[in-house]
Design a protein around this ligand. Structure first.
Ligand SMILES: [Cu+2]
Length: 187
């Protein structure tokens, strides 16, 4: 008789503990889902929600990533789109010019192997995968310079693959954009 009592008592304890753990895991899942939704709404997610593909072998022949189209362009809504490519062993443009306090959309891809594009001191950090367009959103609060190293090993010249991002005032950027369709600070 006492054995049966013991058994049902410990079964009750086990059920309570199981329910508690189930509740904890549901809370964790709800928290992670909430974080993913928040990041998605604020366009801070990586990889992007929609996948854009592009033929890496014809980048130079025309279209969005042809040479004359690389660099920073001002959009009708006042935001700035930066187009760049990574290739063994440099970024084009080598120095990206952007205005401060402006929404920036970076669109970049690779012409050969997988590269990484990281802008130091910001949350811009993406892989450039041949065949895909990487999109990142950023905004720079102050004028200044940021280093932009390749952060994916891309073969023997990898450690020499560096670019820069130069942030200028909005006024300076607007003045420069009156004379050129695409801006960069690459010499
Ligand atoms: Cu690299």
């Amino acid at each position: 008789m006492s054995d049966v009592h013991e058994g049902s008592h410990s079964a009750g304890v086990a059920a309570r503990i199981e329910k508690r753990w189930a509740a904890i895991s549901i809370i964790i899942i709800a928290f992670l889902t909430g974080m993913a939704a928040y990041a998605g709404v604020h366009q801070a997610t990586m990889p992007q929600a929609q996948v854009e593909t592009i033929d890496p072998t014809t980048l130079h022949l025309g279209g969005e990533f042809s040479e004359g189209n690389l660099g920073s362009a001002i959009e009708p809504d006042g935001s700035v789109t930066v187009r760049a490519i990574g290739q063994q062993y440099s970024f084009v443009p080598q120095c990206i010019l952007v205005p401060a306090r402006t929404p920036i959309t970076l669109r970049a891809t690779s012409a050969d192997v997988v590269h990484g594009l990281l802008v130091q001191g910001t949350n811009v950090n993406t892989m450039l995968v041949p065949g895909y367009v990487s999109v990142q959103h950023a905004s720079f609060s102050e004028p200044g310079e940021h280093l932009m190293p390749c952060q994916e090993f891309c073969s023997v010249g990898h450690e020499g693959m560096w670019g820069r991002v130069k942030v200028v005032t909005k006024e300076e950027f607007l003045a420069l954009s009156e004379t050129q369709r695409r801006l960069s600070c690459a010499k």
